[in-house]
Each structure stands twice: as structure tokens, then as C-alpha cells.
Design a protein around this ligand. Structure first.
Ligand SMILES: Nc1ncnc2c1ncn2[C@@H]1O[C@H](COP(=O)(O)OP(=O)(O)OP(=O)(O)O)[C@@H](O)[C@H]1O
Ligand SMILES: [Mg+2]
Length: 341
């Protein structure tokens, strides 16, 4: 993560990734031309409100979307195109090269099998281990993710694990085959703050061991601050800003990111009870009936309407070295002026 060595070698290259679903109301634009890359050993934070397309995007990368999804663009792993690859190739890559901790992780452990059996099964999919070797490999994984007394825990059932421990077990399953890329979809959301920090530490430790590239999905910009190298902010299926953690936190050039930042609790800001944290007013739009122009304009304190903001979809433009913003007026976003409070 921030202090890990990030190499320039791209592991995952996503470009123009677009996902539409045909629904009864019409075409739902879940992901719209998203482009980013993850280098070896890099952690990319993917941030956005509920419904912004974070999970759909990661399922598209994994090739796990239902047939009703129309997926276009390109997803390359070590230069190999995954979109349209055969199910056989995808099965080989999934789990061994690109693994995912699913958002509903706590629900995806099977209650009738021991945790150990499930971790062992994840190992056995890609490695030919049996008997005590397989058991030892699974116990070692429980140890790696920080589960104390792993051989006793191996025998226990999911209901005997706390939420944080179940999340660790899910991470153990995801890293069972030392994947090059780990996608973690909201791995800390259901957990309290202390356990959240511990789970993030586990991810950091895994990364330092094997230079794993991590895609960390969260709706909480605060979570990515300490662990990500770069950040992509999504709004209504589109990428609105992308840059290094420092640029996103200190030099954000998109009003939506600014709004997310303003709603973070801060140590250096006194919050009395009558002063609720700053919130972005309004709701995200329907992905079937997107507003004209910039999808964020109805909630944007800077929007010029009628004008560019409701007239034209803003293109992602370079606003700094490796820093991109999809705003018509990125130069106005430097200061806090104009932000609703
Ligand atoms: N199978 C599907 N068919 C139709 N629409 C879908 C399907 N799966 C997801 N969607 C829609 O795609 C949009 C993006 O959903 P997604 O789950 O990616 O959001 P998210 O950013 O992960 O949100 P959250 O933070 O709540 O997890 C939503 O409007 C969702 O209803
Ligand atoms: Mg999600």
C-alpha cells in the first residue's frame, strides 16, 4: 500500500469498460466507459455512493455478470484480453490470478461446512494438495490472515466466528492461490472501526508478502486514505475523478469528490451536535433516466445551467500529472468556495 513498492508493470488494464442491463424500464447504464490500471503491488481505491456501479464493474472484470448484462470495452490481465475469453480460460484465471472478496462475504460462507473445509476447498481448486498437506495449507492461510489458534479454528463452523473473523476467512479463501490481483468489495463495511483497521492491515500484510495488486472498493473515502496509492471516484456509473491519494485528498478537482471529502469526519474540525456533517444534497440519479449533460449537475453547487453542465457530458480531462477530472470547470474546484455546507 502507500509504503509498498509499486512497480510500473501493469497487472490489470481496464479501458472503456461499459455495462448495460436491459430492464423493464429500459437500458440501465451501470458502468460507463471506465478506464484505469493497476500496477504490480499497487492499491487502487474505488469510491462512490451506493449504486454507482462499483460491484458491477468488479463483476465485469471477473467475468461473473449474468447473461442479461451487455459488457463492452476491454479488460486485460497481464496483456491478455479477458472480455470475450472462453469460460475455460476465465476459470483458470479466476481464483488463481485474479481473486475477489465479495461484498456479501459474510453471507457467502456455507453454514453447514467448517471454515477449514471451505478454505481447503479454495486451495484445492488450483493446487493438487490432499490430506494433511491440504489441511496444513489451509491452516497456514488462516494464520496469514491473523486468525489466532488456526488449527482449532479450522474445525469450527462460520457461526462460531465473529464478523471480523469471517471476513478474514473470506480473505484467506481469496488469497488461497496467491493471486496477482485481489479485488476486495467493501471488505470492512459491516465491521466496527477497530476490526476494520485490522482487516485493512491484513490486506497490507498480504500485499507486502507477494506484491499483490489490490482493488479496494468502498463507499468511504476515509478508508482509502491510509491504504490506497491511487483513487478512482465513481458517480452514476462513470469515473468522475482519478489520481493519487494526495491529489484526491488535497487537490481534488471534482465537486463530487469535494462533497465526499466534506462529509468525512475530521479530527481537526469541531462538530457540535447541531452541526451535522456536511452532506451532498439530493440523491444520485436513476441509471435508466440519467440527467442530460453531467450526471452530477442537479446536485452540483458549481453547475452552470442552462449551459455546459446540463448541455454536454464532460469528458475526462487531464488536470495534473496522472490526475483526471470529468468536470467542465475543474479550475473552479480548487477552493472550498461555493460548496454547500
Ligand atoms: N443484474 C442486474 N440487473 C439489472 N441491474 C443491475 C444488476 N446488477 C446491478 N444492477 C444495477 O446496477 C447499478 C450499480 O450497482 P452496483 O451494485 O454496482 O452498485 P455499487 O456501487 O456496488 O453500490 P453499493 O455501494 O450499494 O454496493 C444499480 O443501479 C443496480 O441496481
Ligand atoms: Mg457494491
Amino acid at each position: 500500500m502507500s509504503d509498498a513498492v509499486v512497480s510500473a508493470e501493469p497487472m490489470l488494464e481496464v479501458s472503456g469498460l461499459t455495462v448495460d442491463f436491459l430492464t423493464d424500464d429500459g437500458l440501465l447504464h451501470a458502468v460507463d466507459h471506465v478506464t484505469f490500471g493497476i500496477a504490480r503491488g499497487e492499491t487502487v481505491g474505488i469510491v462512490g455512493e451506493s449504486g454507482s456501479g462499483k460491484s458491477v464493474m468488479s463483476m465485469a472484470i471477473m467475468g461473473l455478470l449474468p447473461k442479461s448484462a451487455r459488457v463492452t470495452g476491454s479488460v486485460k490481465f497481464r496483456g491478455q484480453e479477458l472480455l470475450g475469453a472462453s469460460e475455460r480460460d476465465l476459470q483458470r484465471i479466476r481464483g488463481s490470478e485474479i481473486a475477489m472478496v465479495f461484498q456479501d462475504a459474510l453471507a457467502s460462507l456455507n453454514p453447514v461446512h467448517t471454515v477449514g473445509a471451505q478454505v481447503a476447498e479454495a486451495v484445492a481448486i488450483h493446487q493438487e494438495l490432499k490430506g494433511s498437506e491440504l489441511r496444513n495449507a489451509a491452516i497456514a492461510l488462516l494464520d496469514v490472515v491473523g486468525i489466532a489458534n488456526p488449527s482449532a479454528r479450522f474445525e469450527q463452523y462460520p457461526h462460531e466466528f465473529s464478523g471480523g473473523m469471517r471476513q478474514r476467512a473470506m480473505i484467506a479463501m481469496a488469497i488461497a492461490n496467491d493471486p496477482a490481483v485481489l479485488i476486495a468489495d467493501e471488505p470492512t463495511t459491516a465491521l466496527d472501526v477497530t476490526i476494520q483497521a485490522q482487516v485493512l492491515e491484513v490486506l497490507e500484510r498480504i500485499q507486502q508478502r507477494t506484491s499483490t495488486s489490490i482493488m479496494l472498493i468502498t463507499h468511504d473515502l476515509g478508508v482509502v486514505a491510509g491504504v490506497a496509492d491511487s483513487v478512482m471516484v465513481m458517480y452514476a456509473g462513470s469515473q468522475v475523478e482519478r489520481g493519487s491519494v494526495e491529489e484526491i485528498f488535497y487537490e481534488s478537482r471534482h465537486p463530487y469528490t469535494k462533497g465526499l471529502l466534506a462529509s468525512l469526519p475530521r479530527m481537526d474540525r469541531r462538530v457540535d451536535k447541531s452541526d451535522r456533517l456536511h452532506q451532498i444534497e439530493g440523491q444520485p440519479p436513476s441509471l435508466v433516466f440519467l440527467p442530460t449533460g453531467c450526471a452530477f449537475h442537479p446536485r452540483c453547487p458549481f453547475a452552470e445551467t442552462p449551459g455546459a453542465c446540463d448541455g454536454e457530458v464532460p469528458a475526462l480531462q487531464v488536470v495534473g500529472d496522472g490526475h483526471y477530472s470529468a468536470c467542465h470547470f475543474p479550475d473552479r474546484i480548487g477552493s472550498d468556495e461555493g460548496m454547500k455546507s
